[in-house]
Write a protein that binds this ligand. Sequence first.
Ligand SMILES: Nc1ncnc2c1ncn2[C@@H]1O[C@H](COP(=O)(O)OP(=O)(O)OP(=O)(O)O)[C@@H](O)[C@H]1O
Ligand SMILES: [Mg+2]
Length: 281
Amino acid sequence: MTGTTPSIPTGNRNDEIQIYDLHKSFGDLEVLKGITTTVHRGEVVCVIGPSGSGKSTLLRCVNLLEQPTQGRVFILNEEITDPDADIDRLRTTMGMVFQSFNLFPHLTALENCTIAQIRVLKKNPDEARAFAQANLDKVGLGDRGGSYPAQMSGGQQQRVAIARALSMDPEMMLFDEPTSALDPELVGDVLSVMRDLAQGGMTMMVVTHEMAFAREVADRVIFMDGGVIVEEGPPAEVIGKPTHERTRTFLKRVLDPTHVNAGDEDEAYAQRHAADSTPTA
Ligand SMILES: Nc1ncnc2c1ncn2[C@@H]1O[C@H](COP(=O)(O)OP(=O)(O)OP(=O)(O)O)[C@@H](O)[C@H]1O
Ligand SMILES: [Mg+2]
């Protein structure tokens, strides 16, 4: 960092997630190479970038599912990377939704949304069930509380997973590619639940490949590549008018569905196609 170093933690109650010089290595592989950013109350931040750029690792370091090798993370101005931190308590402030829904298969949708309220938050069962039902209503599955995960579509299961996370009454929600395991026709329902959450003022950090969603819903887009933030800003800038070549190359790839080549292959691909169009005798 140049200039004045920001004071960490800021003490500003609107700073919900503060990430400061975060590094993470797996053995010799350095996956995060110094990430610094703050997510503010009510802000929707979409994280985009190529496969392997460290997006999931970043999200997993935020709630300490991965232990950073260096750097500090503050949740609501409390340091979760402090060795003495009450990690379980801090984690209850963050709802997490993964690509694979991870519902309990032997429990109904309603029970999936109830169990942790009773076991972790020690709520009384009636109160827990009422809140679970309200959250199922919110994701459009109010009438499916009695269904087991295997009786529901992937999109419905993912909406139950969102309702389950909301049932812990979190301050913020972290999503890791919540729609990428879904059949295309099921993606819209999940995104519309997420859009409603965002409009309701939920703080959200969303790793996604859904550029239309990021463009419409994000307050800020972070483009990561090779373990660093290459650029970040409003979607109209980062997606609409990216300033870095790496961002442009990535966007061209994800926005052109007929383009199946990736990375270094692109150059060779372009050359082959230039050759294709050369008239032969
Ligand atoms: N537990 C782990 N052990 C070893 N290497 C890991 C581990 N988790 C992630 N990695 C490596 O770290 C790099 C970044 O992985 P990460 O999952 O964060 O990428 P990503 O941006 O989420 O990619 P994708 O878009 O494919 O989900 C990859 O090279 C991956 O193989
Ligand atoms: Mg990932």
